[in-house]
Each structure stands twice: as structure tokens, then as C-alpha cells.
Design a protein around this ligand. Structure first.
Ligand code: FES
Length: 80
């Protein structure tokens, strides 16, 4: 499993997974788990929580200051 990892210490919870009936953290308990026991539905939902922010950061890197991606500040930026 390679979920989003923030601190890599088991403290932030970003990489939390359910494996069987146990909570696991990919950064400290994995990243390898018995695939038959991983709750993939939950893992996919959790990974999608970060998708918007990841895309926003990626576009900002690609487009620099020309990127105005739904942050709610566009009007403020364009109007000074
Ligand atoms: S990366 Fe933060 S708990 Fe695993």
C-alpha cells in the first residue's frame, strides 16, 4: 500500500488503513499487508480526500503564478 504519507511516524494518520479488524498505519506497520484483509473501499475513499489539494499543488507547480484554481482568492488576486 502506498497511501498519502505526511509525517511517516504514525502520528498524523494520513496513511491509516483497516486491515482485517485492526487499524494500521502504512508508514510504520507496512507498507506490505495481506491484500485479502485490506479494506480497499475505505483506502480508496481516504486517498481521494487529498486529491483536490494534490491537484491544486501540482497545477501551481506547473503553471506558477498563472494558476488560479478554485481557491476562492482569484477575485482578490485579479482585483489587487
Ligand atoms: S504518514 Fe502519518 S501516520 Fe503514516
Amino acid at each position: 500500500m502506498n497511501p498519502v504519507m505526511v509525517d511517516g511516524t504514525g502520528m498524523c494518520g494520513a496513511c491509516r488503513l483497516m486491515v482485517g479488524d485492526q487499524v494500521k498505519f502504512a508508514c510504520i506497520d507496512g507498507p506490505e499487508f495481506d491484500g485479502h484483509l485490506v479494506d480497499f473501499d475505505q483506502a480508496i475513499k481516504r486517498s481521494q480526500m487529498y486529491k483536490t489539494e494534490e491537484c491544486r499543488v501540482m497545477l501551481k507547480q506547473q503553471e506558477g503564478n498563472t494558476h488560479h484554481g478554485g481557491c476562492g482568492n482569484c477575485e482578490e488576486i485579479t482585483n489587487g
